[in-house]
Ligand binder design. Structure first.
Ligand code: ATP
Length: 356
């Protein structure tokens, strides 16, 4: 299925943040290349992409830590960056959670959380509310070095939310945590942001993190925002070949398409609506690839990785092409088994000349 890219929302004021045609260069590097992005009230949006694609720069442009070379940013209905306009970070209604949390080491948890609340009358109440929200009331008098990584992260979020920003910006918020804690904190952070009714943008290069945490995901590549969509749609209807292969596991197979069916080395497969005709690359998700023991099959099993809940089986086709099949744990294949490959359901295809 080949879709056109999502078009920008016409009403800048309807979004908490709206970026229009943003450009940021560092010397000859085009870090952000004409990016359009809206963040809706109450949503958690992930900026996802490989290292160096411009995610952090986009976040820093929204925060005001960088000035765009072109384009504009509207935050909570006011232009904060544009031709002749630049509002510095401290005057933008933003809260920032840095990768290393950047807590003040000499201040207690409560003092950290209250730091940005200017109104002294409100401060104590707001600190109590925020500590309650993140479940750290009993630790109010501790210092950051007396906290675990997960607790430090919750303090950083409470501190950023305390002044009631229009939007919370989080830069790789889980990268400082070990793998097990990362998964636990994802759910906790999501629950905290939901309970606070916060609008938030977070940067990640981890597709699982983006898909499991965000309401919508913006996929970036080489400075461009390629697609902004809900996780399920991103996975099922990727806008281009890059998104198809970056989000979720996929193997690519060359084929010849008439727009409805595609002839490939694993047979003739049906295509989704709007598929291109001609030479194409077919995207095969491992969970859609089935194997059958078959003495006259055109593939053999090369490797198996067992995960307990499922397993991944690697097969090599006659032509040398490698495909992966994800299947339940009870099926048993052995390396060297001769198999035939069956692909279930319609597949995605992209023009072969889109390859980069
Ligand atoms: P990562 O996941 O590795 O942090 P990223 O997607 O956040 O990557 P950015 O940090 O936004 O990427 O960088 C985008 C591009 O701009 C990269 O090529 C990077 O080297 C370059 N860049 C970023 N900041 C600067 C800077 N201050 N000076 C020069 N080049 C920069």
């Amino acid at each position: 299925m080949h879709r056109t890219l999502p078009t920008a929302h016409p009403d800048l004021a309807a979004a908490v943040v709206a970026c229009r045609d943003l450009v940021k260069r560092f010397g000859t590097v085009l870090a952000v290349d004409h990016a359009d992005l809206e963040v809706r009230a109450g949503e958690l949006l992930a900026l996802l992409g490989p290292s160096g694609c411009g995610k952090t720069t986009t976040l820093r442009l929204i925060a005001g830590f960088e000035r765009p070379d072109a384009g504009r940013i509207v935050l909570a209905g006011s232009e904060v960056a544009g031709a002749g306009t630049f509002v510095p970070p401290e005057r933008r209604a933003i809260g920032v959670v840095f990768q290393d949390y950047a807590l003040f080491p000499h201040l207690t948890v409560a003092e950290n959380v209250g730091y940005g609340v200017r109104d002294r009358q409100r401060r104590a109440r707001r600190v109590a509310e925020m500590l309650d929200l993140v479940g750290l009331s009993p630790l109010a008098a501790r210092h950051p070095h007396e906290l675990s990584g997960g607790q430090q992260q919750r303090v950083a979020i409470a501190r950023a939310l305390a002044p009631e920003p229009a939007i919370l910006l989080l830069d790789e918020p889980f990268s400082n945590l070990d793998a097990a804690l990362r998964v636990q904190m994802r759910a906790e952070v999501r629950a905290i942001l939901r309970a606070a009714g916060a609008t938030a943008v977070f940067v990640t290069h981890d597709q699982e993190e983006a898909l499991s945490l965000a309401d919508r995901v913006a996929v970036m590549h080489a400075g461009r925002i390629l697609q902004v969509d809900e996780p399920g749609r991103l996975y099922a209807e990727p806008a281009d070949r890059f998104v198809a292969t970056f989000v979720g596991d996929a193997d690519l197979l060359r084929g010849r398409s008439d727009g409805r069916e595609v002839v490939t080395p694993v047979g003739t497969l049906s295509l989704g609506e709007g598929a291109p005709a001609g030479e194409v690359e077919v995207v095969l998700r491992p969970e859609r690839v089935r194997l059958r023991l078959d003495g006259s099959g055109h593939a053999f099993v090369r490797d198996l990785t067992y995960f307990g809940h499922d397993q991944l089986v690697e097969v090599v086709l006659d032509g040398g092409q490698v495909l992966r099949s994800r299947m339940g744990p009870s099926r048993s294949f052995e390396p060297g088994d001769q198999v035939s490959v069956v692909v279930t359901g319609p597949v995605l295809a992209y023009p072969a000349d889109e390859a980069r």
